[in-house]
Design a protein around this ligand. Structure first.
Ligand SMILES: O=C[C@H](O)COP(=O)(O)O
Length: 249
């Protein structure tokens, strides 16, 4: 069976309570989405977002969690606290966290293990910088990130992989279709010995996905959805991306 497709929005450090009105528009446009839909807002908005969505199928997730279950970690949030607030997913190892907070693959793996322990699905992000791509290191970089960031116990049910080339995030630039397809095929093969059931795992593409390019990206083999940043903030754009994913394959 093909993996259930996933349209995931990452609001990053954007949005406030007023921005939750976008959810009403999304609900109206997609009362019963034909793919899984997820929005990961800033942690403060997880609980009110979940409440605003009511019975709608859209899932809510966090953008990071601590590797420990609780304790003296000022400013941090545990996986179980995300779960308690209504989250069912958490994004981990986003390149912005790797760059801003020095997160290593080992940190990401520890956080993913904590997420799994709290019954959250971890969306683990990997991706090369432009310099790494120019140097021909893309597959080596992604292979190493996958090897280091996936924890023991990762499975297709509890782990989603997002390929996000760092140079494509927020830039309006995207890899060629062949480049995306190459990396996704590589990831599918590489995670086999880590998750066991690689064919069932969701592999997302992220980086400047928008309504204008979503359909062609979703038509590529081994692309099971998208992790969308800027275009997830407006219901009209995110809704169009959801429609493209619903129509894909
Ligand atoms: O998590 C989302 C990605 O970083 C993509 O962001 P973007 O769609 O704004 O390029």
């Amino acid at each position: 069976m093909a993996p259930r497709k996933l349209a995931a929005g990452n609001w990053k450090m954007n949005g406030d309570l007023a921005a939750l009105a976008e959810l009403d528009l999304l609900r109206e446009a997609h009362p019963e989405p034909g793919c899984e839909v997820l929005i990961c807002p800033p942690a403060l908005l997880i609980h009110p977002m979940k409440a605003r969505l009511g019975a709608h199928a859209t899932a809510v997730g966090g953008q990071d969690c601590h590797a420990n279950a609780s304790g003296a970690h000022t400013g941090d949030i545990s996986a179980s606290q995300l779960k308690d607030a209504g989250a069912t997913y958490v994004i981990l190892g986003h390149s912005e966290r790797r760059a801003d907070h020095g997160e290593t693959d080992a940190d990401v793996a520890a956080k993913a293990a904590a997420a799994h322990g709290a019954e959250l699905t971890a969306i683990i992000c990997v991706g090369e910088t432009e310099a790494q791509r120019d140097a021909g290191e893309t597959l080596a970089v992604i292979g190493a990130q996958l090897a280091g960031s996936l924890p023991e116990g990762a499975s297709a049910a509890n782990t989603v992989i997002a390929y996000e080339p760092v140079w494509a995030i927020g830039t309006g630039r995207t890899p060629t279709e062949a480049q995306i397809a190459e990396v996704h095929a590589f990831m599918r093969e590489r995670i086999q010995d880590r998750v066991g059931d690689a064919d069932e795992a969701r592999l997302l593409y992220g980086g400047s996905v928008k309504p204008a390019n979503a359909a062609e990206i979703f038509a590529l083999p081994h692309v099971d959805g998208a992790l969308v940043g800027g275009a997830s903030l407006k219901a009209a754009d995110f809704g169009a991306i959801i429609s493209a994913l619903e129509a894909a394959r």
